[in-house]
Design a protein around this ligand. Sequence first.
Ligand SMILES: C[S@@+](CC[C@H](N)C(=O)[O-])C[C@H]1O[C@@H](n2cnc3c(N)ncnc32)[C@H](O)[C@@H]1O
Length: 255
Amino acid sequence: MRIDVLTLFPGMFEPILGESIPGRAAAAGILELHAHDIRAWSQDKHRKVDDRPFGGGPGMVMMCQPLVDAVEAVERMDPRAACRVLLTPQGERLAQPRVEWLSRQPRLLMVAGHYEGIDERAIEELAPLEVSVGDFIVSGGEIPAMMLVDAVTRLLPGALGHEQSAAEDSFSRRDEEGRSLLDCPHYTRPREWRGRGVPEVLIGGDHAAIARWRHDRMLERTQQRRPDLRQRPLGGIPRPMSQTADGGQAQDAPG
Ligand SMILES: C[S@@+](CC[C@H](N)C(=O)[O-])C[C@H]1O[C@@H](n2cnc3c(N)ncnc32)[C@H](O)[C@@H]1O
């Protein structure tokens, strides 16, 4: 998969995404990640990319021209159609089914906003899928974009080592009716630590009993901590808020 990120701070991506799963995936050729500086497309002699808001008020607004030119130029760098994603607190709240859907696209192009946000006309022109990482505000779209890159990358075939499986994590686990589950608790050596033991069943060697115990803990935890998952399946994703850039080839995850 190819992922392009358009940002005012491309340097933020190198230290984080050079390490861990995205770093390994890039080294293995599973992920091709490019961070582009939107300022490179500014037509202003001071490389200005933002201006004061019409109507007054605090903060600056990212201008249409540098951003839209950047998106169009970056898209031309590769023949694969890119699914455009804008990180914004006003977007669809990110959940695992959408991450799974995004991980099946051949190419993603993420736009990280900054300041007060982006001129609305640029958003209308680009018609991206708008994604929020939660009901809170961070200063820029870079960290949300990194979260999304990481979440998508770990689902790419071959990105995780044999010892790990994304299918065993919270939200990817499903009960018999396809509803998302939280993961069970995990333990490792030593068998006793500060007076706390490990559930007997996990050291008994009975694999069927272990699987049953784990499944029961998942149900129990989900019921205790996230009863909403039992009532409202995470499985259905809303339709993309806009046409994807691949002319409709992108597939929705099964609801
Ligand atoms: C300070 S925020 C602007 C918030 C905007 N004025 C609003 O209230 O909707 C600057 C940028 O951070 C990013 N951002 C902030 N919170 C986010 C969230 N919860 N999810 C995704 N991106 C977020 C977006 O890219 C946004 O353009």
